[in-house]
Write a new protein. Sequence first.
Length: 566
Amino acid sequence: MSSDAIVPVLIVGGGPTALATALTLTKNNIPVRIIQKDEHYHRGQRGAGIQVFPFPFPAKHSHNRYVQPRTLEYYNLLGVLPDILERGIPVVPIRIYKLPGGTEPIKTFPMVEFEENTPAIPHNMPHLLGQANQEAVMREHLEKLGVRVELNTEFLSYEQHEDGVVAHLVRQLGEEKIPETVRCDWLVGADGARSVVRKQLGVTFLGETHSEHLIFGEIEVKGLSSDYWHVWGTLGGTLVVLRPTETEGLFWFVVGGSIDHAKFMTDHDAVIQYMRDYTERTDFEFGKVRFISDFRPNVRMVDKFGVERVFLAGDAAHGLNTGVQDGVNLGWKLALVIKNYASPSLLSTYTTERLPVVAHMLKMTTALFQKTRASTIDGHGAEQAWTRGGAVKQLGINYRWSPIVRDERTPYVRPADTEQLEVYGAEGGDTSVLRAGDRAPDAPGLVNSRQPDAEPTKLFSIFGVTYHTVLIFSSDAAQIRAVLDTVKEYPPNTVKTVAIHPQGTSTVTAFEDADYVVTDRDGYAYNGYNVADPASTTIVIARPDGVVGGIVFTVDGMHKFFQAYH
């Protein structure tokens, strides 16, 4: 199998999913190429937020209106969260106006009820940041690691072989088209809803496209409050939406109804006139349309997320808003396989874990879409339809049924019917009983036993996408020593150890070979991880994707957890 270039992983696409996959792999010292057909990086809000259905669309372009709390946590694992928070803005409430007239508010309400941050959930509210700016942040971090997104590079086709994939590309250099053949060990298609990789992979892509046909984009607006998400009309009929963005004076817009879509895509003055006429507002001024696109809600997903050496992620797999989770889940597993630290069979759990989550999300977003569509122009049913509950924060997403999680404390009995899988634990994200497969909660107030006068740390400052984190809840020095000695048997830099002594511990052994030795000053770690008896020993293994992979009591249990990767 001859080729022009060789790379372990070729990633097709330049959106958040592709970038999350690339960051995860690159941080794990896996060389990648990431290519994008477009001449320019993505522009505009393209949905505008971070992760999860703030607007009623269950598919393409819905995935980036709000950065949901769970996605913020994934951005923390990837090391990009501070920049995301710095550039984004808080969530704003929705205001629906009475028509005709367009000035009198019918209802004003929060799309997401405010919830305080907690020790276990340090980012409990969504954040607004447009997709283009999210991508810019991720590209900046990727470039610091020596990887750039290659523009003007189109993916054409590929062939799978037993020992790799041959991909055929074409690079546009001015007027010249330069063909290129690339041999890669693994191919990741994160190239959107019209994915070329998916179409050639031959997987089933079932679902439906709704009849609504909308135009959305970005427009400059003067004189309109940025304190609200402004709505005139309803999704089921004529609709105008104006929502502030992180850029002052720039609003994301949606128009729908009996409109000439082809004309609106090219005649921006017609779009502006339509919004003026329908809102009947003269107290604010429209400026330049910065970005415009059309949209039809799709409710589709594949029946598998990969075939042999080719994988799908994000919109290419399901048109939903969990692409960053796809990318990190696949990325850490690929890294272990490429380094020969895990069997290739580990990669089958990418589909096993992600498919039920996406199927559940598909049902949930479809229900939200139908509710919003059914709300009326006079505001009847609007608050119920537009409000997004706790489940969409994604904090309850879990993999309790996964064959690579191990729970010796509360074993999960997988139902015969996959429809009954507890994708969100108790519906709405109740995680009062922590189980293997659940999101690993944060815990602040961890006092460094080697530097007790230093600022306490927290688990979210310790977790990362390049290693598993073994949390040893114990005050028994012999038990802690047994775990630390066992971890030395694992490949270097793949496991970090944290010995966590219970609240009130006065005498602490240093354990120089532990990465961290801490005391749970405020009790948040023991409480959050449901370790009721501080005199016992509980070992919790957090995976690189911030998921509790194992809850065991002995070194043997820890061994069995890691053996599942082989």
